[in-house]
Design a protein around this ligand. Structure first.
Ligand SMILES: Nc1ncnc2c1ncn2[C@@H]1O[C@H](COP(=O)(O)OP(=O)(O)OP(=O)(O)O)[C@@H](O)[C@H]1O
Ligand SMILES: [Mg+2]
Length: 430
């Protein structure tokens, strides 16, 4: 084994192609600090495709020095895979940028004595059943049914929500209004999935993003979340606004509930993304908490709202450096457009390029504008490849095009974003 001083300093990023393409500033920021970006991806990543991006000198992911692919999140598999890296490099930080690797990333941090979520927090955050038990004070009434007890699954009240314990993208999360709908929903899950049946919490939904350094909560931001629950039985995310335009007391209640949860989890260092519904009585009820970067365009929204990208703060936290992240001075909104069934052949937006992020393998880099600048469309993106078939939204994977808009503080985000979303033209073949 080389002496530490002989080894090249490096940071390990555990992710997948989609999240790397979104969070490429993590890679460039690590490289610009003179550290080597080493990447672990999971089974959903098309490795050949990722390699094409790495080999393209103009691609932001070209700074990745080495990639390993793992078949799943098993900790022993991860350790076996990175064993030689630990000899060849001086690994100074580990960052998890996707849900799958939260648990093994937490373990790797602890094994190397590096800042991280902590193994307890990482484990609990990855599992909805554990969250309902450990964080029961903060969540809805909920019962879990192991696979062998699925026949006895029942709801105490209707409407309820049925969901699988370990998935993501709102996949398999459905509202049921009676026994018959509950039984029908249960047939949709894999035989080995544990199922949660929960009280339907009513009220608008928010996420709270937080930056935590050695257990100290440094920064919190509240994002309003919009889903398609108003006209379906599903809960697919169709919009986000950062920061949410809310009375100060509501923002405070959300930030406080989140702070109490982070404390209960003994959360160490990193970014978290928790989802809450705010009941009419003003009480935030926890939907779930994730010990990783938020999804969709939320990091881009915070960049546009505060004027500063958040990825460097995440690299700081991984390296044990206390970051300084500003408060927002503008509001930024992501809004998906509605689509009709058919085949998506083109997306147009007058006066603005459209980014096909699956085809490009990276998200466009946006620049923040002055706090007082007028409202503008910062970006138009498509999250499906050309030719994808469009249908009803059951989960996040079916969503098509969206706008990212940023506005002065006083503007009304909900009404103003619609003017931009309406300008998106989808070409659909039926
Ligand atoms: N008990 C509940 N009451 C009301 N709404 C709920 C409840 N449970 C889940 N939902 C809704 O379903 C959404 C998805 O649920 P959850 O976050 O548990 O699944 P997920 O697959 O991790 O989703 P995502 O990856 O999109 O965050 C929640 O954000 C919320 O809108
Ligand atoms: Mg969720």
């Amino acid at each position: 084994m080389n002496r530490p001083s002989d080894r090249t300093p490096a940071v390990v990023v555990m992710s997948d192609l989609a999240a790397l393409g979104r969070q490429h500033r993590l890679i460039t920021d690590i490289a610009e600090r003179g550290l080597v970006p080493l990447v672990i991806v999971g089974p959903v990543t098309d490795l050949a495709r990722l390699q094409t991006h790495i080999d393209d000198p103009d691609h932001p992911l070209s700074r990745i020095a080495a990639v390993r692919q793992l078949p799943g999140p098993a900790i022993d598999g991860l350790l076996a895979s990175v064993r030689d890296w630990l000899d060849d490099y001086d690994v100074r930080g580990v960052i998890c940028s996707g849900e799958v690797f939260v648990d093994p990333a937490a373990f790797l941090c602890e094994a190397l004595g590096l800042p991280g979520t902590g193994t307890w927090a990482g484990r609990v955050c990855r599992d909805k059943v554990m969250q309902r038990v450990v964080l029961r004070e903060y969540g809805p009434a909920s019962r879990a049914f192991a696979p062998q007890n699925r026949e006895s699954a029942a709801a105490e009240v209707y409407p309820s929500v049925v969901k699988p314990a370990g998935r993501m993208f709102s996949s398999g999360v459905v509202r049921v209004d009676d026994d018959e709908e509950l039984r029908a929903a249960l047939t949709q899950y894999e035989p080995d999935e544990t199922i949660l049946v929960e009280e339907l919490v009513v009220g608008p939904e928010f996420s709270v993003e937080a930056l935590v350094h050695n257990g100290e909560l440094l920064w919190s931001g509240v994002t309003a979340k919009l889903t398609n629950e108003g006209d379906s039985r599903f809960f697919t995310e169709i919009g986000h606004t950062s920061p949410a335009k809310l009375p100060a007391a509501h923002t405070e209640a959300l930030v406080e509930a989140n702070a109490a949860i982070l404390k209960a989890l003994r959360f160490g260092s990193g970014i978290t993304h928790a989802e809450f519904r705010l009941q009419q009585d003003g009480r935030p009820v926890l939907m779930e908490i994730a010990a990783r970067l938020p999804g969709d365009a939320i990091t881009m929204l915070w960049h546009l709202a505060t004027g500063k990208p958040i990825e460097p703060a995440i690299v700081d936290l991984a390296l044990g450096v206390r970051p300084d992240y500003p408060v927002p001075t503008r509001r930024a909104v992501q809004r998906f457009v509605e689509h009709s069934p058919g085949r998506l052949t083109d997306v147009r937006y007058e006066g603005q390029p459209v980014s096909w992020i699956v085809d490009d393998g990276f998200w466009p880099s946006v620049e923040a504008v002055d706090a007082t600048a007028p409202a503008r469309c910062a970006s138009v993106m498509v999250s499906l490849p050309r030719g994808a078939s469009l249908g009803q939204l059951h989960d996040s994977s079916g969503r098509s095009a969206y706008v990212v808009v940023d506005l002065p503080w006083e503007a009304d985000p909900d009404s103003e974003v619609l003017a931009y979303a309406d300008k998106v033209e989808l070409a659909i073949e039926v």
